[in-house]
Design a protein around this ligand. Structure first.
Ligand code: ADP
Ligand code: MG
Ligand code: MG
Length: 970
């Protein structure tokens, strides 16, 4: 493999630049250092005070609002301060300064303040990164002096000196953005090693192997991340060395081997770059710092930010931290842990560690990691001892840290640690990514444990993530042909065609195909393919592997480490035992059981019970907005009721016209050339519509049902094939030629703005009259049958003027009166309109004199307000998002400034003439969490969304109410 990474070129220039500036530093350092030290010491003394009486917990909780964070940060950030130190039981930063220090830096500071063992270090702020890009990739003048001063403090705390020939200080250089971006940035370990300091490290540790192992790791990492000489170069050299010497495992290599390899590595770097591997430790440091800042703009990071709506303007911080060593022998290790199970939420310690290893070894899949606890070791059937068994005393320390951190942060933590010769060191903590299922269980458990309140539990669940719980799982009763078993890495099931390459997954998904991305293991370069896939399968890797972590974050089902599967990328196939599975074959993966199943599986509907039900109950108590559903079929209505909908906000009657057994009658109605002909056809449709409405009324059992009268242009229903025409000819008695003529006459240039909506009702009164009759007859029938009282809401679409609704409401009322008289029974009903044209919004005060409710049809309202055809927007929406013209797709998330203003205005004007006017929204936006928040703020009565989004809207509505409450308290 050549050097594929885009960061390569950039890494090089930055390295050069940084090296240059570092040389300058060296020249100036004698002068600046002493001065900087004085300032820094003073500042530290000043910073200590507030840190000491910092308010407990609350502010540290991960879900503080932006406003809170901003305020706290303003209080703490010091002007001109670019570098914040930590270590030795105190820190200049704290957890609520993540905007300035990045997540990693802020939490390292917080852990130091808590008195936890954190190797000392310092954080270069995100503002330096932002400034770096704003000022043509230049650092602020004062940065070098501040870094030097901070480094001196670290040297003092550790008792070693950077670049020293006797007691060398080694550091790691770690990126850390505000929001965690797993695998997006590269960390360099063991920085400060060169041909001199490696000898010192060997002497001082009394462990030559360790020293040379560290050096070869450093050369590889630094070359890869900073110099753009890819890791494959070094892997190749390592493989060759092993082969030549008959070695298989890294652990078998001795000091001599590593020493030899360091020589070979350096030679390779020289060959590739035409210059030697940097020996000046300050060149090394600035090179690494520059690489972190550059990585903010590498393709992987850009993709991740785009997928997660993280603005580029946030920038990343850089953490420089004294090294501790997990590769110092059998009493040393490195590990990752979660304080609860991130898949299920169960309250167990969950994680993996590796003895005599460093950094990313655990997740890199080079050696099989070992389990933290004995229980989980037994559960996964791992022969190697758990940490609980092999290092019981250190494990107890670790457990104490888990407990302290959970209590402090009041949330499940994702932790990285290293043990150096029996001593535990904490390297990272953050609130852990989790599946929706785990999120709910953890939140509910924490309420029971009295760590958090119900409202906080509700706030902690990302509404969009509920999607994971609302989708079908394989029917346990159906036979399943399990061909392999891996780890249940991210729950949920998915079926799709097998693909092996991320690019291919993306291409096929764009064509609307369901695919399962199958990889030996995944890396950050695969993100786009993982996103496009319905599910992810890897042959290698644990439950904290890249695939597992990213899949959980994205809510994709994932089976990882399916050891029985062999993947051959070149051949485009994989094998499971004797079975060959080729690209394009359909498989099902079950991320809740770890099973890989051949073929498509029948799925069963999810249930909202247990913790999920409990949490939704809390949400319901808190929210102000009601949640309805958009449904026209009994199946959809039933699903929505199961998911807690409080009525139907939009029943699109035309969907009832499409059924095979009625489409001919509909066509007869449209194509007949007389009122009588139309009435005859409508009479055939009437009983069918009546039955449809009756069954919806029954299912909704007293909940309100909004029925929209026919909306789309008639040509959508026209016949296409000769057989279609024959059928209509038979029904109407008209000739096929005449019918074809009539079809032509109905054609429109721009149907979206043509003869549709209430315009049809104006032209063809009999259509809406039939529909109104069907509605009222059904309502009367259902209430006569003793069901709960039915209250239909008849909705007239595409109204622009008061005159339209005046005419049409009069007709609906007349039909109602007639039906009630015939039936000898009345039902309550409302007649209202959709607001989906800007004129209707502007003239809401007129329209509300007649309309008894408004439902904002935000799909069309967005289309008509922006003048963007929603059917054609896809052609250029990407460009608009990329150019930053829209932050979000306005057809997904309400354009608050434009469309939102119309809604607010129509709400005010409507209420000004009709105080109790019912207001709702029925566009796709009704299920989009941030649009739901907008609807809450706009004071609507309800949102209506598709059945599967009902729980999402319920939760989003509760969160909107909570933050509203908070804002009014503040
Ligand atoms: P990421 O953001 O990708 O998790 P980190 O900056 O956390 O990257 O670094 C990855 C790993 O490198 C850490 O989990 C830890 O094991 C190791 N590491 C980082 N800094 C140090 C250090 N100062 N001493 C020992 N190990 C370190
Ligand atoms: Mg980390
Ligand atoms: Mg519409």
């Amino acid at each position: 493999m050549a050097k594929p990474k885009p960061k390569t070129a950039r890494g090089k220039t930055v390295a050069k630049k940084a090296a240059k500036s570092a040389r300058k530093t060296v020249a100036r350092k004698a002068a600046t250092r002493t001065a900087a030290k004085k300032v820094a010491v003073k500042k530290k003394a000043a910073a200590r005070k507030p840190a000491a009486k910092k308010p407990a917990v609350r502010k540290a909780a991960p879900k503080t609002t932006t406003a809170q964070k901003g305020a706290a940060q303003k209080g703490a950030a010091q002007k001109g301060k670019l570098v914040y130190g930590f270590g030795d039981g105190r820190a200049e930063g704290r957890a609520n300064m993540r905007e300035l220090l990045g997540g990693k830096g802020a939490n390292l500071a917080e852990m130091a303040n808590l008195g936890l063992p954190v190797p000392p270090g310092f954080t270069i702020t995100t503002e330096v990164c932002t400034g770096y890009y704003d000022n043509g990739k230049k650092y602020p003048k004062d940065l070098q002096a501040q870094v030097d001063a901070a480094l001196v403090k670290v040297e003092k705390l550790v008792g070693a000196k950077f670049g020293d020939a006797k007691m060398p200080l080694l550091v790691s250089v770690r990126s850390g953005a505000r929001a965690s971006m797993p695998g997006m940035m590269d960390t360099v370990l063991n920085l400060g090693l060169n041909d001199t300091t490696v000898e010192a490290l060997a002497r001082q540790s009394g462990n030559e192997r360790f020293a040379w192992d560290s050096y070869r790791r450093f050369i590889q990492m630094y070359s890869d991340v900073v110099l753009g000489v890819g890791h494959e170069h070094f892997e190749e050299l390592l493989e060759m060395h092993k082969e030549d010497h008959g070695l298989t495992l890294d652990t078998e290599l001795k000091a001599e081997d590593w020493k030899h390899l360091v020589g070979a590595y350096k030679k390779r770097v020289q060959q590739e770059l035409g210059k030697p591997f940097p020996q000046d430790v300050r060149d090394q440091l600035w090179g690494a710092i520059g690489a972190v800042f550059s990585s903010w703009m590498n393709q992987r990071a850009i993709t991740y930010r785009a997928l997660n709506h993280i603005p580029a303007s946030w920038g990343t911080a850089v953490n420089v931290q004294a090294m501790v060593f997990g590769n110092m022998g059998e009493t040393s290790c490195t590990g990752v842990a979660f304080t609860r199970d991130p898949s299920t939420g169960e309250k167990i310690y969950y994680g993996e560690y590796l003895i005599n290893a460093q950094g990313e070894d655990v997740v890199a899949g080079i050696r099989t990691p070992q389990q933290l606890t004995k229980t989980s070791r037994l559960a996964v059937g791992n022969q190697l001892p758990s940490m609980e068994e092999s290092m019981p005393a250190t494990f107890r320390q670790l457990v104490a840290v888990f407990q302290k951190l959970e209590k402090h942060y009041r949330d499940m933590q994702d932790i990285e640690f290293t043990v150096q010769q029996g001593k535990l060191w904490m390297l990272q903590t953050r609130s852990g990514k989790r599946t929706a299922k785990a999120a709910i269980k953890i939140a509910v458990d924490m309420v029971k444990e009295k760590l958090i309140r119900q409202a906080e539990a509700v706030e902690r669940i990302d509404p969009a993530s509920l999607d994971q719980l609302l989708h079908p799982t394989p029917d346990p009763k159906a036979p399943r042909k399990v061909v392999a078993k891996g780890l249940a890495a991210s729950p949920g099931a998915a079926s799709g065609k097998v693909v092996f390459l991320a690019d291919e997954a993306e291409k096929m998904a764009q064509k609307g195909e369901a695919v399962i991305l199958c990889r030996i293991e995944t890396s950050p370069e695969d993100i786009h393919g993982m996103h496009a896939a319905k599910g992810i399968l890897t042959a290698r890797g644990g439950t904290t592997s890249h695939a597992a972590v990213v899949a959980r974050g994205m809510g994709r089902p994932c089976v990882s480490g399916a050891g029985g599967i062999r993947i051959d990328y070149a051949a485009g196939r994989m094998t499971a035992g004797d079975l060959v599975i080729s690209k394009g074959d359909v498989i099902t993966i079950d991320g809740s059981t770890g099973e890989v199943i051949m073929g498509l599986m029948p799925m069963i509907e999810p249930q909202m019970s247990g913790d999920f039900g409990l949490l939704m109950g809390w949400a319901d108590k808190l929210r102000k907005l009601k949640v309805r559903t958009n449904a026209e079929t009994p199946a959809d209505a039933e699903t929505a009721v199961r998911f807690g909908c409080e009525g139907i906000g939009l029943c699109r009657t035309e969907h009832m016209f499409f059924d095979a057994d009625r489409i001919t009658a509909v066509r007869e109605m449209i194509l007949s050339d007389s009122v009588d002909g139309r009435k005859k056809a409508l009479a055939k449709i009437l009983p069918m519509q009546r039955d449809d409405f009756a069954s919806l009324f029954k299912i909704m059992a007293g909940r309100p049902v909004t029925i929209r009268l026919l909306d789309p242009p008639l040509h959508e229903f026209l016949p296409h094939t000769d057989a279609d025409f024959d059928a209509v000819a038979r029904g109407t008695g008209l000739s096929v030629t005449a019918l074809k003529e009539r079809k032509k006459a109905l054609e429109e240039t721009n149907p979206m703005l043509g003869h549709r909506g209430c315009r049809l009702g104006i032209s063809y009164p009999e259509i809406y009259e039939m529909q109104a009759r069907a509605i009222f007859e059904a309502a009367v029938a259902v209430s006569k049958a003793g069901g709960k009282p039915v209250e239909p809401e008849v909705m007239i679409p595409l109204v622009a003027t008061k005159a339209e609704i005046d005419i049409l409401k009069r007709r609906v009322d007349a039909v109602a009166a007639a039906v009630f008289k015939e039936q000898g029974r009345k039902v309550k009903y409302l007649v209202g309109t959709m607001i989906e044209l800007p004129r209707a919004a502007l003239r809401a005060a007129d329209i509300a004199q007649t309309a008894e409710f408004f439902s904002f049809g935000t799909n069309d309202l967005t289309q008509t307000t922006l003048g963007i055809s929603r059917d054609d927007a896809a052609l250029f929406m990407e460009d608009y998002l990329k150019a930053g013209i829209f932050e979000r797709d306005p057809f997904v998330t309400i354009d608050q400034a434009g469309v939102g203003e119309l809604i607010t205005l129509a709400t005010q004007r409507g209420r000004s003439v009709r105080k109790d006017i019912k207001l709702g929204i029925c566009g796709e936006h009704g299920g989009d969490p941030s649009s739901v928040r907008f609807c809450h703020n706009a004071g609507l009565d309800y949102v209506s969304c598709s059945p599967y989004r009902v729980p999402i809207a319920r939760l989003a509505a509760a969160q909107a109410a909570i933050s509203d409450e908070k804002a009014s308290e503040a």
